[in-house]
Design a protein around this ligand. Structure first.
Ligand SMILES: Nc1ncnc2c1ncn2[C@@H]1O[C@H](COP(=O)(O)OP(=O)(O)OP(=O)(O)O)[C@@H](O)[C@H]1O
Ligand SMILES: [Mg+2]
Length: 404
């Protein structure tokens, strides 16, 4: 095939096949990758291992609660400790089961318990995915643990996602779960909860907290220098030699370190910057690519937030955009007009005011109180993101397509 072809598809395909790749191993940049070297986390690795050690002597470790801001290596450290213990277990044939579940993927306690049951070897027949009461699921889990004298550790990652949904009665199940060891004659059950939401404790029953947090391990945030080191290692594994400029690396570390040291954000920045540079057939990833990566990630986040809103919230965002820095009253009339043109019944002004506050929380719009002398106060709202992003996103909504 000639390289001078002008066909746009051919051009791209050709560039991919013959073009320079900067990234030599993409999986290394994926968040599930477990590196061999975990820098700056020796103490945390020791603590987690130490806490779980009793299991190797077939006694019960304490329940553990692990805390720390996003991207501070909690999942990574726990998964690595688990896999190291697992290696030993396989050699010795101890009746030990280490089971990992993520509440972001299984957001109901029911789903999570069924998932645990599957990993304990319970079939669909022994533990149906639907139809049982949650306490029955729980009973069946305990039964199999007892029957096989299993020493079990349940790891509930991102446990705060579960806590959101936990109602009073289910809170009780969570409590029973943390205390379930008392109901096991043979074998044991330990819970490990991981959370990046430092406030989630407030939402839980204090009894759950005290029995889940028999032991607590806190992961501190990384410094810019620590992130720098983590990135250096990742670059070596993921990129061809010399493909990332030193200044680009520095910028990634600085940007990710600025808010709180988030290694995930740092690695994501690096990956997206690498993809941008590759697409443009550049020799190296530069600072400029990192800046654009950051911008792109920000826009993607905004787009996702807008897309996830129900219709009336979207109409309101449009109303704010149309009305441009206006008072609640003006926004309401813009919104009413929009409702008419898409043949939707408008919600009450009270409800609309509520929704504005909710949208404000997501940072897409911002509001400020304005005093109007004898007329009292009003709140004015304006967009904080570009109208272009909003238009592009809302265009994809069939109902709104013609409006924007
Ligand atoms: N010390 C480290 N050395 C190497 N890579 C690290 C280190 N800490 C974190 N990472 C990497 O950073 C990313 C985020 O880490 P991890 O998923 O463990 O964060 P987390 O604390 O579980 O965050 P969250 O609370 O958001 O789930 C992963 O890709 C992980 O491999
Ligand atoms: Mg995690």
């Amino acid at each position: 095939m000639s390289t001078t072809t002008l066909d746009p598809i051919e051009k791209l395909l050709e560039a991919t096949v013959s073009g320079k790749s900067l990234i030599k191993n993409r999986t290394v940049l994926h968040h599930t990758f477990i590196p061999n070297n975990i820098h700056h986390r020796d103490l945390e690795q020791e603590k987690v291992t130490q806490s779980l050690l009793p299991i190797l002597k077939q006694s019960r470790p304490s329940n553990i609660l692990i805390y720390g801001k996003p991207g501070t290596g909690k999942t990574l450290v726990v998964r690595r400790v688990l896999s190291k213990i697992q290696e030993r277990v396989e050699k010795t044939n101890f009746p030990i089961k280490l089971i990992y579940g993520n509440s972001k993927e299984e957001t109901t306690l029911y789903g999570l318990l069924v998932d645990f049951g599957r990993q304990l070897g319970l079939s669909e027949k022994e533990l149906p995915t639907t139809g049982l009461s949650i306490s029955e699921v729980f009973k069946r889990l305990l039964r199999i643990i007892n029957k096989n004298s299993l020493n079990t550790v349940f790891i509930i990652d991102e446990i705060d996602f579960l806590a959101h949904l936990v109602s009073k009665s289910k809170n009780d199940i969570l409590y029973q779960l943390t205390r379930s060891n008392d109901r096991i004659k043979n074998g044991s059950l330990t819970l490990v909860g991981i959370s990046n939401d430092l406030t989630f404790k407030d939402r839980l029953d204090p009894r759950v907290i005290s029995s889940l947090g028999e032991e607590e391990i806190v992961f501190t945030s990384y410094s810019v220098n620590q992130i720098h080191k983590i990135l250096e290692d990742r670059i070596q594994l993921a990129f061809v030699e010399g493909a990332v400029e030193e200044s680009a690396l520095n910028l990634c570390a600085a940007m990710a370190g600025r808010e709180h040291g988030d290694a995930r954000r740092a690695i994501d920045l690096l990956r997206v910057a690498g993809e941008i540079a590759e697409r443009e057939q550049k020799e190296k990833v530069s600072e400029e690519h990192v800046r654009r990566a950051s911008q792109k990630m920000e826009e993607d986040k905004e787009t996702a937030a807008i897309q996830s809103y129900p219709l009336h919230e979207k109409l309101l965002i449009l109303a704010v955009m149309r009305a441009g820095g206006s008072s609640t009253g003006e926004i309401f009339s813009a919104y009413t007009k929009l409702c008419k043109s898409v043949r939707q019944k408008e919600l009450t002004q009270r409800r609309m005011t509520q929704m504005l506050s909710e949208i404000e929380l997501s940072g897409i719009i911002s509001g400020r109180i304005v005093h109007q002398g004898i007329h009292g106060r009003t709140k004015k709202f304006k967009l904080t993101i570009s109208p272009e992003t909003i238009k592009q996103t809302l265009k994809k909504d069939l109902i709104l397509e013609d409006l924007v």
